[in-house]
Write a protein that binds this ligand. Structure first.
Ligand code: ZN
Length: 272
């Protein structure tokens, strides 16, 4: 069975049976970015517990199914509207950064494109640059996406320390993928069963842009989402007659190549 990687899935919101189904479908490794918990947390201490979940608890649950679990740390854009809480959370991150399964800072980004969100985005980028970390970026959904993506690309351009090949712009769609790729960033196509980008639309984008620096992920979050979205994308690519080498590049080699840039990268375990 062809191995795949899901580079963006929120397993905290999934049941254990999902790990079983993902393992059956060939999932070798995943990465879980820190995000909104379905509710606004009341204190920085809530985030410390969440980071403990991401770096200790979830890797153990994944390991029962032979899946390697990696994570990204930050305060998400939705809760970043609260600047003082955000600064308290950012101050917590360094103590977790030396954990071997942490890949970098993420998913930072914008939600409603507000000034507070932009301030906290830039403070996260500053932390990432000072600590030589990879960055994973959430772009806003629906009507705010285009403007938010351009704001994010501008903020990166204004920080000369940022190297685009160490940053992935996630949730790209047809109207935002080109500026991100043209500027040298990695991109993630987040596949949803109903709204937003479908597996078929992701195939269209691979056909148009070729697959270089492109990845596909499922999000697997609190909304309607499908932890099997990456295998669905692989199936859609096969149905269109694309070669296995191209499919493997997008769903395995590309996320791996990006992760390997992390200064703590521990390597993938051989498949059982
Ligand atoms: Zn996410």
């Amino acid at each position: 069975m062809a191995a795949y990687i899901d580079p963006h899935i929120h397993m905290i919101s999934r049941v254990t049976d999902d790990y079983h189904r993902m393992a059956l479908a060939g999932c070798q490794a995943i990465s879980e970015p820190a995000f909104w918990a379905g509710f606004d947390r009341g204190s920085a201490a809530g985030f410390r517990d969440y980071f403990h979940h991401l770096v200790d608890v979830e890797p153990r649950r994944a390991a029962q199914f032979g899946i390697q679990h990696f994570s990204w740390l930050c305060i998400n854009a939705k809760e970043a509207e609260n600047v003082s809480l955000s600064r308290d959370v950012i101050a917590l991150i360094p103590e977790f950064l030396e954990r071997p399964t942490v890949l970098g800072i993420g998913e930072i980004g914008l939600n409603k494109n507000t000034a507070n969100e932009a301030t906290i985005f830039q403070e996260h980028v500053d932390l990432a640059m000072r600590k030589d970390e990879l960055v994973l970026v959430h772009t806003p959904h629906l009507q705010d996406k285009h403007k938010g993506t351009l704001m994010i690309l501008d903020m990166f351009k204004n920080d000369r320390r940022v190297r685009p090949d160490r940053v992935c712009i996630d949730h790209v769609e047809e109207h935002t993928i080109r500026p991100a790729l043209d500027a040298g960033f990695w991109v993630g196509m987040t596949l949803y069963p109903v709204t937003k980008c479908t597996p078929e639309r992701a195939c269209d984008m691979v056909e148009k842009y070729g697959g270089e620096r492109m990845m596909a992920n499922s999000a697997g979050d609190w909304g309607r989402s499908d932890p099997m979205a990456v295998p669905e994308f692989m199936l859609a690519m096969r149905r269109r007659g694309h070669p296995e080498a191209l499919i493997h590049k997008v769903v395995h080699d590309n996320p791996l190549e990006f992760w390997q840039k992390s200064r703590r990268w521990p390597g993938l375990a051989p498949r059982p």
